[in-house]
Write a protein that binds this ligand. Structure first.
Ligand code: SF4
Ligand code: SF4
Length: 291
């Protein structure tokens, strides 16, 4: 592995740590603000760190649909999120969004039936268009209620500032329960307008998962392949149609390291395996003399 591949692999190996830090960050913001420390304010709708603004593109688009005017601060705040989405797709979802972390944890308690779902690209984009039409017709910021990263931030600030939570926080609980226990993660796979809008910016040669059938040593039965079983949103990484649903978490690629290394992460001209926490291959245990 060269230096760039090692950096990519390291980043993905630390995904869970980054997710937990992201959740802790959301909790810390209102605590710091209560203590009158204000170099960081906001949440995942709109965040300010020193003078750097980050704005959820869905939040900005909804503002435009409702006011039919462009807000300069919101526009400036789009630069970094849109730039990241351009190069890495929905990586916000797999590394930062607290909803996904909670759903992944909940999935460990309710593992489900191991079903695999096809990705319907047209349906995915149709649902996003539906959300935007709804926002334009509703006349009030309806997408505010279904933007889970933002809602979870509001939940923590209400709790810390007001010592109570708004009834809209119930949406988080109901959605999490239905999504994980009943619908096998349909929210992130097909319905979430935040992830869908981020995916709109994804550049084809940016970060993607690739699959080489020739290197695959696993079962052709898609539900039995280790990489398929590992996917948090129940899609088949061996299909050549994982986008726009795939959020580039890299879990399937890490799992494939133990088998044929048929799945790889590609970024521009860089192709890399992702090494998991421990690097022992199930197929080829490291021999003593090699250690
Ligand atoms: S799809 Fe939506 S809820 Fe799921 S991880 Fe992305 S932003 Fe969060
Ligand atoms: S296909 Fe792979 S990278 Fe994409 S969401 Fe599933 S496990 Fe993550």
């Amino acid at each position: 592995m060269n230096g760039k591949q090692k950096v990519l692999s390291f980043l993905f190996r630390k995904r869970r740590v980054i997710q937990v830090l992201s959740l802790a960050f959301l909790v810390m913001i209102p605590i710091l603000n209560v203590l009158k420390i204000t170099f960081v304010t906001g949440n995942y709708y709109s965040l300010r760190i020193w003078k750097i603004e980050f704005v959820d593109p869905l939040f900005a688009l909804q503002d435009f649909l409702l006011t039919l005017s462009l807000n300069r601060t919101l526009l400036l705040g789009l630069i970094i999120p849109v730039g990241i989405a351009f190069f890495a797709g929905k990586i916000f979802c797999s590394f930062i969004c607290p909803y996904n972390l909670l759903a992944e944890w909940l999935r460990k308690i309710f593992p489900g039936k191991g079903r695999v779902y096809p990705v319907h690209s047209r349906r995915y984009w149709g649902i996003l268009v539906g959300w935007l039409i709804l926002a334009a017709l509703a006349g009030f910021p309806i997408l505010y209620f279904v933007s889970m990263p933002g809602q979870i931030g509001v939940f923590f600030s209400d709790l810390i500032f007001l010592k109570m939570v708004g009834t809209e926080s119930l949406i988080i609980v109901v959605l999490l329960a239905l999504d994980v226990v009943v619908f096998n993660r349909i929210w992130c796979r097909e319905l979430c307008p935040v992830g869908a809008l981020l995916q709109r910016f994804h550049y084809k040669k940016g970060l993607i998962v690739s699959y080489s059938e020739m290197d695959c040593v696993c079962s052709m039965n898609e539900t039995e392949s280790p990489c398929v079983m590992r996917c948090p949103i129940h899609i088949n990484p061996k299909s050549n149609k994982i986008y726009p649903s795939c959020f580039n978490c890299g879990e399937c690629v890490k799992e494939c390291y133990f088998y044929g290394e048929a799945l790889k992460m590609n970024f521009m001209n860089l192709t890399a395996n992702l090494t998991p926490r421990y690097q022992l291959r199930k197929e080829e245990p490291i021999k003593k003399e090699e250690m």
